[in-house]
Design a protein around this ligand. Sequence first.
Ligand SMILES: Cc1ncc(COP(=O)(O)O)c(C=O)c1O
Length: 482
Amino acid sequence: MSWSDVYPWSPPRQGEPVIRQVYDQVRGAIVAGTLKPGGRLPSSRDFAARLGVARASVVAAYDLLLAEGYAVARVGSGTFVSGDLSGVTELRPPVAERARPPEIPPRVRDLDEMVLPAPQSDPRLFSTGRTLLDARAYDAWGRSMRRALRTLGPEHFGYSDPRGDAALRAAIADYLRAARGGVCEPDQVLVTSGAQHAVDIAVRALLRPGDPVWMEEPGYPATRHALTAAGADIHAVRVDASGLVVAEGMAAAPQARVAFVTPSHQYPLGVTLTMGRRMELLNWARDAGAWIVEDDYASEFRYDGPPLASLQGLDGGDRVLYVGTLNKALFPGLRLGYAVAPRPLAAALANARQLMDRQASTLTQAVVLDFMREGHFAAHIRRRRIAYKAQRDLLAAELRARLGYVLEVDAPEGGMHLIAYLKDGRSDLAAEAQADAGGVTVRAISRLYRRIEPRSGLMLGFTGFPVRAIPAGVARLAQALA
Ligand SMILES: Cc1ncc(COP(=O)(O)O)c(C=O)c1O
């Protein structure tokens, strides 16, 4: 198989020499770069049959291409586009200049200018967003994949419910009721490709351009970008040690339509929204007729004390659109997460999802469902909690021991990264660059502020690296910052 087999070759037109037409088509495809150097050309027999011409005509056209150096013949294997076309062609003929280039819309410029997170495949300590699977999870995942493949039926091959597989939605609802105090039924669950996708669906469904919204400051940049792309009027609301300062949001934008929050582990500061603030936020939303989007992106990983129930559960499921993800509990490349819609929004969110990409992959859903049903998901989370806690503790202890003179370490009760605040007015951007030069990845939090005076601090991910790797990473960081 080569691309020449699927190229839309045209049958020759009447009244023009056939050999010339075959020659022109093949040469044209080579010169345009559509057929790449080294690619196989169709056999003369197949090509003649496809075009409905005599085989001798194709052979003659190929002879011309061979003579001019566009093609080479390999005995026993066929005719190929020449590997070196430099001597024969002015590849890519100039495209005629159009009178007026299309205008770049403002939305494209906005999207161009977004600074999106670098791919988090960076294996260097202490990049964020990475997870570890132990051998047991890895084996169990492999078994679930094989079982899902064996049980694959016609229902997996077609278009299916845009909300996701019914059994998986039921399993997610069970999980949320048990683990997060969620108040939800499977028909409110929408399977997405992750928390990011769920947030974007919420933004599209809930907001029109110009609608006022609350967003945490500092906050998660990708949520901010989704809001910017939708033309929302963003009001940055400060976060303190108790989480979002609801009173300031009420003073600045009492009529906001939606509040976007990360209550269980604020991104990036890692603080938990206190029960008092949760009630304030829900009361404001009730009075203002507003919605809340609760991004519960790392709720599985809580290390100290019992977790607070989700806002969604506290509210009873009326005005909180809950967002969760399996990409953190398992691995980010999985691309599977979920939203729980308040009932009045359920159909609209499912439609919004269908407009974007119809549905999640049925095979991936089947694998995750099997992994959950066999009890591996719960067991994996339990083991990860223990491992990640040890990783967090060691990272915090090493940072305090080696860098306590310059860093104030804030080890969060949960989540996947910690914050080390810089002392004495040192710049986190400079520290980030020094660390980078020293081979360690840390992220400056000052970038995540827009309105208020930024704090200077570094985010360090601790979940992506085995505990034994951490001391050497901190030693490198200490050297880089010295
Ligand atoms: C606050 C927050 N929300 C959403 C996401 C995106 O998660 P997902 O990979 O499930 O799209 C992240 C990922 O880092 C996050 O930190």
